[in-house]
Design a protein around this ligand. Structure first.
Ligand code: PGA
Length: 261
């Protein structure tokens, strides 16, 4: 199980440190549960020196697909590789506000893998696409393009975040019903199986994002194809984020019991 806190463009360096301190006090190390934090680019370095790496992993929210060069204002995955374990790639805010095309997202995924950073690839349909009956096609196009440079073993390690655009708090935050999330996540696993085989489909982690908070997290986390969640707004509230992590841990324990461990 993986919980990723996407802090977006919130919290300065000092506030990020404070947040890490608060989370550190409240979250313990758990087997089978990973907690990743995605602070802003400027906070990554200081936070990387402060976090307990047994408890938390760091994620970049973005990165550029070239490794080095005259690209004013950009940060490459090569520059990030010492700092982060994960990188969020293709978030709908980047696709929509920064015009990231399917191909740009693909090049970023490829660059992250080339630099040994695990991509958290975000995919998801807009409200119009869902109501136009295009969800399957959109997920298919986003997946096939983004993953086209990768091998099956690259896919096994990566994370795919299903984030219906209409459910993200910034874009309206209509809560997806768990069955809607379940359907899409099952579809994503099916697509991966078609493209990269059973093993990759079984191993790739699929997480859910879109207005996840402590009250509703369980409804998504307990879905059969769900390996975690990516809260945005709720991750800025340490009470809520800690409660989401606790819910995930409870589920991990329940599953272990079910398997007689
Ligand atoms: P939200 O953000 O939880 O605020 O909807 C999730 C995301 O955008 O990853």
């Amino acid at each position: 199980m993986l919980i990723v806190g996407n802090w977006k463009m919130h919290l300065n360096v000092h506030e990020s440190s404070l947040m890490v301190h608060r989370l550190n006090e409240r979250i313990a190390t758990h087997r089978d549960l990973e907690v990743a934090l995605a602070p802003s680019m400027i906070a990554l370095q200081p936070v990387s020196l402060e976090i307990d790496r047994r408890k938390f992993r760091l994620a970049a929210q973005n990165g550029f697909y070239k490794d080095e060069g005259a690209y004013t204002g950009e940060t490459s995955f090569t520059q990030l590789r010492e700092l982060v374990h994960y990188a969020i790639i293709g978030h709908s805010e980047r696709r929509i506000y920064f015009n990231e095309t399917l191909e740009v997202v693909r090049d970023k995924v490829t660059a992250a893998v080339r630099n040994k950073i695990t991509p958290i690839l975000c995919i998801g349909e807009t409200y119009e696409e869902r109501h136009g009956g295009e969800t399957k096609q959109v997920l298919h196009d986003q997946l096939t393009t983004a993953l086209s440079d990768l091998t099956a073993s690259d896919i096994e390690d990566m994370v795919i975040a299903y984030e219906p655009v209409w459910a993200i708090s910034t874009f309206g935050g209509v809560l997806a019903k768990p069955y809607e999330a379940a359907e899409a996540m099952q579809r994503i696993r099916y697509e991966i199986e078609e493209l990269y085989g059973k093993r990759a489909a079984g191993m790739v982690r699929i997480i859910y994002g879109g207005s996840v908070d402590d009250q509703i997290a369980r409804g998504y986390l307990e879905l059969p194809d769900c390996d975690g969640a990516m809260p945005g707004a709720a991750s800025l509230n340490y009470h809520k984020f800690t409660a989401i992590v606790a819910t995930a841990y409870q589920l991990v324990q329940e599953r272990r019991k079910e398997h007689g461990e």
